[in-house]
Design a binder for this molecule. Structure first.
Ligand code: V47
Length: 384
């Protein structure tokens, strides 16, 4: 087993962290107060070393990436999230809705060759009903049987079940029968109601997100989870959010047929959206981005994978994040709208070779994966 070469206590400069180091060494669960200390300490390297210890114990040097394609079937959205620069209202010249034929045509382009995961999230548009999704998923599966369909945030599925006039259960069962295989982790934002009222007025409350994730897990649909940070939240809100995810994961692991596969901290991108115009933002920084990865690795002891999402924090920092607890660089992406409309300066996509090179250069072992973390050796795929 991989382990740090020295006792964990020897990495600590801030003595307040010593009890946490002892808990981590004994594989004991951290508390809410421990979480606050991990956010408060100036000893970021110690937080990183503790997270790296856990990462090495869980995954060794293995680091995952996926050949993935992002697509949004519509950008029209009737919900109004103040942090979002992606949404368009009907009549907006930017507004679009894609048909199954449009999406298939896009996926037939050479740049989508070899894609194993189609990750689709989109706006909330009442003209799209369950029949649209059934038809879309069936056609996608008929044309690309090996492409994994990862679709809908927990809030998005709630919206489309309601506008279709059917229960959440029926909506999910019909989507799964048509080809839905897993769900991404977006739409969680921050669970604290006071913050939600300021950043996404009118969006469904945290309990809807959590209830639907639990229902997915009960039905055997794996999902991911996220947290949007770097806006107006404070550490209490973040620890509360992470522990609500951890509690749900405990329940899913005990009673469900599936559970969260990965957690992704999402760094708020502040351009072209209302939130940064109306509120004072606690902007994210390199220190903050690494801390989010490390704290998640330490608090979410029951979620197997932590992603360093290069699209929102840069490829270079995501690479450093691999030594702060992350074991997954997410994917090739190819084209991305949500972060880039909000000012992300990163490339639209990275090739498999670029991802493998970033991972190797940081001292880790790249493994291409599919959505369920079945792996393919980079060597076998001739990735340089
Ligand atoms: O749902 C929206 C968030 C999410 C902004 O599951 C923003 O594997 C930052 O969910 N700044 C979409 N974030 C991204 C997402 C995701 C990303 C990577 C991997 C996975 C996964 C999921 O991004 C949205 C919303 O929560 N978001 N606007 C913004 N301005």
């Amino acid at each position: 087993m991989h382990a740090l070469p020295r006792p964990l206590r020897s990495y600590i400069c801030d003595e307040k962290l010593l009890p946490i180091a002892d808990k981590v060494a004994l594989d004991e669960r951290l508390s809410f107060e421990d979480g606050l200390l991990l956010y408060a300490t100036k000893d970021l390297n110690a937080v990183g070393a503790l997270a790296h210890h856990v990462r090495l114990a869980k995954h060794g040097l293995k680091t995952y990436f996926v050949a993935s394609r992002r697509l949004s079937y519509t950008n029209i959205c009737y919900t109004h999230c103040q942090f979002c620069a992606f949404q368009a209202k009907p009549g907006d010249p930017r507004a679009y809705v894609l048909s199954a034929a449009d999406i298939i045509k896009d996926l037939e382009k050479p740049e989508s060759t070899g894609v194993r995961e189609l990750h689709m999230v989109a706006g909330h548009y009442p003209k799209l009903k369950i029949e649209y999704f059934e038809d879309l998923f069936r056609k996608l599966k008929a044309r690309f049987p090996d492409m994994h369909l990862k679709v809908f945030t927990m809030v998005e599925m709630d919206y489309y079940a309601r506008v279709s006039g059917i229960s959440m259960e029926e909506f999910l069962d019909r989507c799964v029968a048509a080809g839905l295989e897993s769900c991404p982790g977006g739409g969680a934002e921050i669970f604290d109601e006071g913050i939600r009222e300021q950043i996404c007025i009118g969006k469904k409350d945290a309990n809807v997100w959590l209830k639907n994730a639990e229902l997915c897990h009960a039905k055997g649909i794996p999902t991911n989870c996220t947290m949007l940070y770097g806006h107006i939240e404070n550490p209490e809100h973040k620890v509360d959010h992470l522990l609500r995810l951890r509690d749900l994961q405990d329940r899913s692991l005990a009673h469900g047929k599936s559970a969260f596969l990965a957690y992704i901290p999402l760094a708020y991108q502040n351009e072209n959206n209302e939130l940064s115009r109306t509120h004072v933002i606690h902007e994210t920084s390199g220190d903050g981005d690494l801390r989010e990865i490390a704290v998640a690795r330490l608090l979410l002891d029951n979620v197997p994978h932590i992603k360093a999402y290069w699209v929102m924090i840069s490829a270079g920092l995501a690479q450093v994040g691999l030594s702060y607890g992350a074991d997954d660089l997410d994917g090739t992406i190819i084209e991305e709208e949500i972060a880039h409309n909000a000012g992300a300066q990163t490339p639209q996509g990275l090739t498999k070779a670029e991802l493998a090179r970033l991972i190797r250069a940081a001292g880790f072992e790249p493994l291409e994966r599919d959505n369920l973390y079945n792996t393919y050796e980079a060597e076998a795929l001739a990735i340089p």
